[in-house]
Design a protein around this ligand. Structure first.
Ligand SMILES: Cc1ncc(COP(=O)(O)O)c(C=O)c1O
Length: 485
């Protein structure tokens, strides 16, 4: 017997052990610190250990409690970045996907996996009001944005064979996610050719500025290849004027890509906010954000199979499809960067079938309502200042600090408060800088959040602020003491 083989009864035992650990973890999730109380050195001591030459057998699993202890907990008080809470139903799909180990390259490599992914894509596209789109699942929004812009570049300024012309230009707002600048660099367009268009007071792209910049570029002999609009900016959840931008992009011969990694799936609950998204040529959206799926699971939707093939089809002889049947001859690798791909769709398929779309709609609405609850609580607390409520579920605010504090003192104070909030481990928030102001930021894409979890943000900020003030006072006194000696 190959030394790597295990019996099915042994697999059952191991899987039951993992299920037991996972269920206990879920039972206690609400009471564990949301940020692990561990230093870098401790984590190195725990995990940077020698590779065993001889197998440890079941003892290998004894390390799992340490893994959980040194992990950030996806409980109802996690509000950092834009990160979904991880539906356990989806997680069971991930386990089975690894067991059947389908390589989702093409129909012939995994008929069930390909059909399920194509079905999930249809469901998602339909759910956000973009039924005519096709697409695939990706590692995340960054990968989806890169592939969407690769299609744009090849459709509007072909470069796969001859390389990129120096005239190629791409447009996005100053609030766009860093993955767009990365994509522009990786596609050889050059970040100097990414035009960052100013935003209005709601942090939405200023469409007249876009128009003006395109006209200026055209006059200078440049080629507008793509306009990227945000359906939910990473900082505040602002939604660019999608229909207007679509019209400007198309009138000027450019591809219209929507970065909906944060927000697009909220169209399931509030479609009216996303009017114009259906006019896109491509859309990125992240089921591992606002569909609460376990990482990783991004998605790219696009309209034109031809554009996808133009960008990505470059088939080696050994992968050539042997069938002309539209289903049996289908290959994802003709439309994407990836050849080997994991069976991501299984978790989404199970999760959507188990809960039904209405449960997701309700959960997304809850998140948006929780963000409003937080914004109201901030407005009612004199020590806090609401900076941005946005249209989705991100709330940016700051601690006001002593009267007369300068902007830079306030920035420092709020950064110190954020550090302390994370260290206290009760709620997890992150930050955003808006017009030079360092803000505290809570982004709620969390199916476990309850009203009390939202309310805990306020009490934790105030507690962290008094701790920060007390430490500051002590340090000030110690400094004066040192100076006196
Ligand atoms: C607006 C936006 N675009 C793109 C991304 C990148 O997505 P991912 O982290 O899945 O690569 C994010 C991540 O937060 C985002 O908020």
């Amino acid at each position: 017997m190959n030394p790597l083989e295990i019996s099915s009864s042994q697999f059952r035992k191991l899987a039951e052990r993992v299920a037991e650990v996972a269920a206990d973890y879920l039972d206690n999730l609400d009471s564990v610190p949301v940020a692990p109380a561990i230093t870098g050195e401790e984590s190195e001591r725990l995990f940077a250990v020698e590779l065993p030459e001889q197998g440890m057998g079941e003892a290998a699993f004894d390390g799992l409690p340490d893994v959980l202890r040194a992990s950030r907990a996806p409980n109802g008080r996690f509000f950092g970045y834009v990160l979904g809470s991880g539906d356990p139903v989806g997680a069971t799909g991930d386990l089975l996907a690894s067991i059947v180990n389908q390589n989702v390259t093409a129909w012939r490599s995994g008929p069930a996996a390909v059909m399920i992914e194509r079905t999930v894509i249809k469901w998602l596209a339909h759910a956000i009001g973009c039924s005519e789109f096709r697409g695939y699942l990706t590692g995340g929004g960054s990968a989806a944005n890169l592939m969407g812009l690769a299609m744009a570049r090849e459709a509007k300024g072909p470069a796969n064979d001859g390389g990129v012309s120096g005239e190629t230009v791409i447009y996005a707002s100053t609030e766009v996610h860093m993955s767009i600048a990365k994509s522009v660099a990786l596609l050889g367009i050059g970040r100097d050719n990414l035009r960052l268009i100013p935003v209005d007071s709601s942090l939405r792209m200023n469409a007249s500025e876009l128009e003006r910049q395109i006209a200026q570029d055209l006059a200078a002999g440049k080629k507008p290849v793509a306009v990227v609009a945000c359906a939910g900016t990473v900082n505040t959840g602002a939604i660019d004027p999608l229909a207007k931008i679509a019209e400007i992009a198309h009138r000027n011969g450019a591809w219209f890509h929507v970065d909906g990694a944060y927000g697009a799936l909220a169209a399931i609950a509030e479609p009216e906010k996303f009017a114009g998204m259906e006019l896109a040529d491509s859309i990125s959206l992240d089921p591992h954000k606002w569909l609460y799926q376990p990482l990783d699971c991004g998605c790219l939707l696009f309209r034109s199979t031809e554009a996808a093939h133009k960008a990505f089809s470059y088939t080696g002889d050994y992968t050539r499809a042997l069938s002309t049947d539209p289903i049996e001859g289908f290959a994802f690798f003709e439309e994407s960067i990836e050849l080997s791909r994991r069976f991501r769709a299984l978790k989404v398929w199970l999760s959507l079938r188990y809960h039904g779309l209405s449960a997701f709609r309700e959960s997304i609405r809850n998140d948006i309502a929780h963000a409003s609850r937080l914004a109201h609580a901030i407005e009612s607390e004199p020590q806090l200042e609401l900076i941005s409520r946005g249209e989705l579920s991100a709330v940016c605010f700051r601690y006001r600090g002593p009267v007369g504090s300068s902007e830079s003192e306030l920035n420092q104070l709020n950064a110190a408060i954020l550090k302390r909030v994370q260290k206290r481990g009760r709620v997890y928030i992150s930050n955003a800088t808006l017009a030079g102001k360092f803000c505290l930021r809570a982004c709620i894409v969390n199916h476990r959040t309850k009203d009390a979890d939202v309310d805990a943000v306020i009490s934790e900020i105030l507690a962290a602020a008094s701790e920060t003030a007390a430490t500051g006072k002590k340090e000030f006194q110690a400094k004066r003491c040192d100076e006196a000696h």
